[in-house]
Every structure is written in C-alpha cells, then in structure tokens.
Write a protein that binds this ligand. Sequence first.
Ligand code: IMP
Ligand code: MG
Length: 176
Amino acid sequence: MKPSKELDVLFSAEQIAARVKQLGEKIERDYDDKELVLLGVLKGSFLFMSDLSRAIDLPLQVDFIGLSSYGEATESSGVVKITSDLSRPIEHKHVLVVEDIVDTGLTMRYLLDNLATRHPASVKLCTLLNKPSRVRTRIPLDYLGFEIEDRFVVGYGLDAAEKYRNVPFIGTIKRG
Ligand code: IMP
Ligand code: MG
C-alpha cells in the first residue's frame, strides 16, 4: 500500500504551506540585518527546513546537526548523542534551530545547552509541532507551527521506524 494511504490527515500540505509562509514572514521581520544561521535537526526537519528557508528572504546560512536519543525506545530518554556535528562554528552568529517536533523537550534541552557552549550571539527555536501535554522540561518555543495532542504523528519529515518521512502531509497511522 502507498504510505500516504495508511494515514489519516492531521495537517494537509496546503495547511502546512500556509503556516510555513507565516512563520517565514515573522522570522524575516525579526532577523532583518542579522547574520542568521538556520540549523536543521536531522532527519525529521529536512522538509520543514527546505520550505522554511525558502520562505525567508534574508541572506542566511544553513547548517544541520544530527541527534539521536540513546536506545530504540519511542520515549525520549534525555540522553542524546550528536551523530553529525555542525559544519562551521556559530560563534557570534544568530542561530535559529529548526526542529520537527518538541515532545518531552529533553532533546531540545540537550541541544540548546550544547549550542550555548559555542558562544553564539543568540539561539532561538522554530519547531513545526509541539505536544504540550508531554513536556518534561520547559523550552522557549520562539516560533511554533502547530500544537497537537498526545498522538504519534508522521509525514512531512517525521517517521515511524524511518517510514513516512516523504509523505507531503502530517497524519496519524490508521488502525487495523
Ligand atoms: P523529545 O526529546 O521527547 O522532545 O523528543 C523529540 C524527538 O522525538 C523529535 O525530534 C522526534 O524525532 C521524536 N518524536 C517525538 N514525537 C514524535 C511523533 O509524534 N512522531 C515522530 N517523531 C516524534
Ligand atoms: Mg527530531
């Protein structure tokens, strides 16, 4: 079966595109005249990053960082490792982290603490999704696409065991 047929739509491609455009406009206003680095968190942010970057008409740089939680559990342990580091220093740069989803917040807590040791001019977070019911450490969500209930979502970069990342909308897996 086609992956997209296995899902119930939560946010359509059109809804996502409209929200990404709004976020891009806000970021463009806020970072005018600043040296901005968009930092995508792999792999989940790859589509959001490519769309968001094209919605910001500023002379920005893009970079990526690969993170993974230790263990295969679906629950975040808070023990995170960097699987692929930034390609360039971020000292004195304004960094905007681009993330797919904040769940417990433990992954972002680790990343934000790690980035702070590299002396950037500023660090802010742009996350497409947030699950407020699951929060275990409060992360400032400077730019947020959508808040969702405590449901496992896939598509538009998000996966279940590496599947569904290429589905152009965000949805939940149909039962049975
Ligand atoms: P946290 O550390 O609990 O905030 O987990 C964040 C990471 O878990 C995200 O970057 C995702 O990779 C993954 N994650 C959390 N919830 C979902 C979901 O509903 N679908 C797919 N991945 C998720
Ligand atoms: Mg992620």
